[in-house]
Design a protein around this ligand. Structure first.
Ligand SMILES: Cc1cc2nc3c(=O)[nH]c(=O)nc-3n(C[C@H](O)[C@H](O)[C@H](O)COP(=O)(O)OP(=O)(O)OC[C@H]3O[C@@H](n4cnc5c(N)ncnc54)[C@H](O)[C@@H]3O)c2cc1C
Length: 361
């Protein structure tokens, strides 16, 4: 059997004093019970469970139109290999084209993403060769529960998160406050120069424990994500076009569950379509929206708040959070389990067919 997830039993928020290089625990949740998976593993298992001809690789979506009687949707795509344009006709267009969704733009041309105030350096260190043995040994000495615990390190005005993935990989993310960078093209991932990487390494040595900074330094090809979200939408479908995933709810990643939100959207939508059938498409989409919109709206706003707290940014109702002086009551706000609908399984899915795992990548 192919094992996909690594079970993260616990989660620890800890403070790091950059100057003294000491750390202490702020909160610990010993019943965290998340599963950590690498993107590629998750995609592989999803792809393998689909009929083999259902994913059309190398097709770039260009535009769509809805027929006058609203019974079908026409999609125009460019086939990347040949450069040819093809038309595809369907009953329903499910827009899963991410936070910059072009399909959403067709209905909401003025809808804007909100820059969070920070970007995230990210990387996965593959330590399957012995080249990284010493660094991993030291890291595991400093963070002894790695492998079954997800760690957040908080410094004044910054935080990082890191955890082990299956097959000897260490995943890390470091959030850095900065003015909104200019991003070229239709992507939230920025091209980074070797100079930017060098400066990130130097900064990491000043901010994080030597063990974590070394992991960041040894990671090949770290990259930078610009972090956006958006105020919750008022609707998720128009005629026979429906939004799911980040297209429906661009979110900051602090709930550690945005992929899970996308998967739940897809699962609920599937159940609603199955229940109502094509002849009642509108009812199916209504039900999907009524189940998912209240949930994802609250989760997006909670994630926004959590990110601002952890980055020491201003909020209207509290002082900026400083991990080096925070009292236990303040630290309680850091707990992942405060996320609205944290353990909720939508009622449409409570029939034993659903896995209720929360997904982190
Ligand atoms: C720093 C960071 C950390 C994160 N950490 C976590 C975490 O710990 N746990 C978690 O669950 N989530 C996390 N996420 C969030 C997660 O990455 C997203 O929520 C998730 O990928 C959304 O899935 P999606 O399928 O809706 O959108 P996407 O993954 O963005 O997929 C959209 C797809 O549409 C394709 N597409 C777009 N336009 C076109 C077009 N015109 N033609 C053809 N294809 C097109 C894109 O190529 C892409 O493949 C994190 C995100 C960031 C930035």
């Amino acid at each position: 059997m192919f094992v996909l997830f690594l079970l993260l039993v616990s989660l620890q928020n800890q403070a790091t004093d950059a100057e003294k290089k000491i750390s202490w625990t702020l909160t610990r949740d010993s019943n965290f019970n998340f599963r950590a998976a690498h993107w590629a593993d998750l995609y592989r298992i999803l792809h393998n469970s689909l009929p083999s001809d259902i994913v059309l690789w190398g097709h770039f979506f260009l535009s769509f139109g809805v027929s006058n009687d609203k019974a079908s949707v026409f999609v125009k795509c460019r086939v990347l290999e040949s450069g040819n344009t093809v038309d595809i006709v369907g009953d329903l267009l499910i827009a899963a084209d991410g936070c910059l969704s072009n399909i959403r733009k067709a209905f909401l041309p003025d809808f804007m993403l909100r820059y969070s105030g920070y970007c995230a350096w990210r990387g996965v260190l593959d330590f399957s060769s012995d080249e990284h043995d010493a660094s991993i040994r030291d890291l595991k000495k400093a963070y002894p529960d790695l492998g079954k615990c997800l760690y957040f390190d908080l410094s004044s005005g910054s935080h990082s998160v890191f955890y082990e993935l299956l097959h000897n990989r260490m995943n890390w993310i470091w959030y850095v406050n900065q003015p909104e960078p200019e991003v070229k093209g239709n992507s939230v991932t920025m091209k980074v120069s070797s100079d930017m990487i060098r400066r990130m390494h130097e900064e990491a040595e000043k901010v994080w424990s030597p063990e974590l900074a070394r992991i960041m330094k040894e990671t090949r090809e770290p990259f930078l994500n610009v972090i956006y979200d958006a105020d919750p939408l008022k609707q998720l479908f128009w005629d026979n076009v429906v939004l799911i995933g980040d297209a429906a709810h661009p979110t900051t990643p602090h709930g550690l569950r945005s992929t899970n939100m996308s998967i739940l959207d897809a699962a609920v939508l599937g159940k609603c379509l199955q229940k109502w059938g094509l002849e009642n498409l509108h009812s199916a989409l209504e039900e999907y929206q009524s189940i998912r919109l209240p949930v994802v709206s609250k989760q997006v706003l909670h994630s926004r708040r959590l990110g601002r707290i952890k980055q020491g940014l201003n909020l209207a109702d509290r002082q900026p959070f400083d991990p080096t002086t925070a009292d236990p009551e303040e630290c309680e706000e850091l707990q992942q389990k405060n996320m609205p609908f944290f353990t909720d399984v939508p009622s449409t899915l409570r029939d034993g067919q659903l896995f209720s795992a929360r997904v982190t990548e």
